[in-house]
Design a protein around this ligand. Sequence first.
Ligand code: FEO
Length: 404
Amino acid sequence: MHIVREVTDHLYWIGVNDHRLALFENIHPIPEGVSYNSYLLKGEKNVLFDTVDWEACRQMMENIEYVLDGEDLDYIVINHWEPDHAASLQVVLEAYPNAKIIGNQKGFQLAEQFGFKIDEDKKIVVNEGDVVEVGDHSLTFLFMPMVHWPEAMVTLDLTNGALFSADAFGSFKALDGKLFNDEVDYDREWIDENRRYLTNIVGKYGPHIRKILKKAAPLLDQIKFICPLHGLVWRSDFGYLLDKYEHWANYEPEQKGVVICYASMYGNTEQAAQALASKLCELGVENVEVFDVSNTHVSYLISEVFKNSHLVLASCTYNLGIFPVMKNFLEDMKALNVQNREVAVIENGSWAIRSGDLISEFLDDEMKQMTVLNDRITIASHLKEGQEEELDELAKTIKDSLRA
Ligand code: FEO
């Protein structure tokens, strides 16, 4: 049975929702699933835009067969050769051996590395800015290296205004029947999974995202639909989406807010984190969130850090170092280029308390533009009654800093 939705005249979403995969890229949990989006243009020439992950291949093939309704496939555009989008290409080629493949040189190199067998006479190698006529539609191409692989490109159908944006503007979360941004309450239901996808998958490449946003700006008035490889198709409110991308790509927080992340062995560091949260809220600070680093997947923490202006890191000392899950979080922030945040540190230890110094050193030496607030709290095993004043001071400092 086919599961197909029309994007606009002659253009169909023929992708697949996946609720079976537990970990995207075998690392990021996706409790709400993910969609692999593929699109099929049925015109004078029939054109497939990207394929889907291997495990979703059968559904996509049924969808293609339904839309083509006995016609042949003329072209396949591959914007991104990562296997969650290109893995099913070989099956498509076996079913439609006359199809020619449109891609760029780097993409075809990757195809070879992944073991695809593509005859030379089947390849149409495009350069940036080329215009390729496919029947009554004209396609042009913009390269966007490192968003999120070096070969990634976007294709703009100049005839109907559909931008096939590859991973750009993609999101975790299965579509489950919906297709367009205006069919959901995006701010309530989607933004968190969109941010978690973007910041964890492409967060490192903010400068590259900025470059593609700049490159695409002159084409904006020609774009009617943004068709990413995961998540919703956008047909309105481009300004909203672009604004979010500007923030993420520039490592600017979306809001003034405090993310308190604690790593606690026996609940004593956790107590300090909770006490601070309570004091911040009492002072009227909004957007306070508390996370246990030990049982929150780091992808959620990264997303929260991108969203908020302030961060509190509370960690016990372990083997004279930072508690390993907190160290891992720090390394992940560094790898994803997190920067430009205000940070407060709470340390704990029963002897040789080291975590505070080490966290501060990491923030100063390994990351960019991380401002460590002076009021560090040091706990010797358990927060003492007399330390309430210190917590009050820290809460006040954070509040003042939020106002700045
Ligand atoms: Fe969804 Fe970079 O692939």
